[in-house]
Design a protein around this ligand. Structure first.
Ligand SMILES: [Zn+2]
Length: 97
């Protein structure tokens, strides 16, 4: 299945970048050590290739920074908004998807 088809079937909105035309996008990929396309940037995670399972898992989550220690947490959208507890410093905080 093609990347675009997969994304639209799963109602995932995206911004398409052409690394042949977009030097910044090319830099971003190289910075993550990814040399092939398609690649998907979801939050701060980069997925190389059309790894459907991984992409679906990542888009179901949002990252939020813990107000206590600043660590980035991945929170499931289907459980928000609500309270999350930081696994690192145990701070409980409210978050919105
Ligand atoms: Zn924390």
């Amino acid at each position: 299945m093609q990347a675009k088809e997969f994304l639209s079937q799963n109602k995932i909105s995206y911004v398409e970048k052409d690394i042949n035309a977009d030097a910044q996008a090319r830099q971003d990929l190289l910075a993550k050590n990814i040399r092939g396309v398609p690649a998907f940037l979801i939050g701060e995670d980069m997925v190389a290739g059309l790894d459907q399972e991984r992409i679906l898992k990542l888009v179901d989550h949002r990252t939020a920074a813990c107000p206590g220690c600043g660590v980035k947490l991945r929170l499931p959208l289907d459980r928000g908004p609500g309270q999350a507890t930081c696994p690192q410093c145990k701070t409980a905080f409210d978050w919105q998807p």
